[in-house]
Design a protein around this ligand. Structure first.
Ligand SMILES: CC(C)(COP(=O)(O)OP(=O)(O)OC[C@H]1O[C@@H](n2cnc3c(N)ncnc32)[C@H](O)[C@@H]1OP(=O)(O)O)[C@@H](O)C(=O)NCCC(=O)NCCS
Length: 167
């Protein structure tokens, strides 16, 4: 299988809409939200005009098809705060893998690649919001994320390279 994890190309940014939609957690028994939810400002903020300073995205490509994406963006501006925002200048993570490719280690590869890129850029923290009940919580824990805050519906988790490498 011809698989690679690499940075996204600018001409592929439009694909992020699909991955953003795929990243929205649907609890068992819950009706999926309409696709148009990606255009809700609080959601679209994660990809709007992607490619601005601080945006980093890696994708997994298999046989010329992009099957997964993980990206970080700094969402700390007033009116544009991310669900997992923990402070100024801290990148927030979003990730999704196409359903047929889940559970095969692609999410882990994407996360590890992204972590390396962020460390190389000098970032010292990554945050995210994960809904309670989302199995992705285990993926994050295995990859060094710790609960930073518990809220009614979700956890904010944080990855810090120093803690991850030396704890
Ligand atoms: C989360 C996700 C990116 C992981 O990618 P993956 O390639 O399946 O990940 P890996 O194979 O490396 O690791 C498997 C882990 O992914 C998570 N996972 C697997 N299927 C999942 C699903 N349908 N939904 C959410 N997480 C899932 C679990 O933590 C699993 O670990 P476990 O086997 O201990 O339960 C992928 O499952 C996905 O796109 N899920 C839907 C979108 C989502 O929940 N994004 C995160 C929002 S916070």
């Amino acid at each position: 299988m011809n698989k690679c994890v690499r940075f996204i190309n600018p001409q592929e940014y439009a694909l992020l809409e699909d991955f953003l939609y795929a990243a929205i957690y649907v609890a068992p028994g819950q009706t999926p939200l309409p696709r148009s939810i990606v255009y809700a400002p609080s959601v679209y903020n994660y990809i709007k005009e992607f490619g601005r300073k601080g945006d980093i995205c890696v994708v997994c490509e298999i046989a010329d098809v992009i099957v997964g994406a993980a990206w970080t963006r700094i969402l700390d501006r007033d009116g544009e705060k991310g669900y997992g925002n923990i402070g100024p200048g801290i990148p927030e993570l979003a990730i999704a893998v196409c359903p047929p490719y889940r559970g095969q280690g692609i999410g882990t590869e994407l996360l590890q690649s992204l972590h390396g890129s962020l460390q190389a850029e000098g970032y010292t923290k990554i945050s995210l919001s994960v809904q309670k009940g989302n199995p992705a919580f285990r993926l994050y824990e295995r990859n060094g994320y710790r609960i930073w805050k518990e809220r009614a519906e979700d956890f904010i988790m944080v990855w810090e390279p120093a803690v991850h490498l030396y704890s």
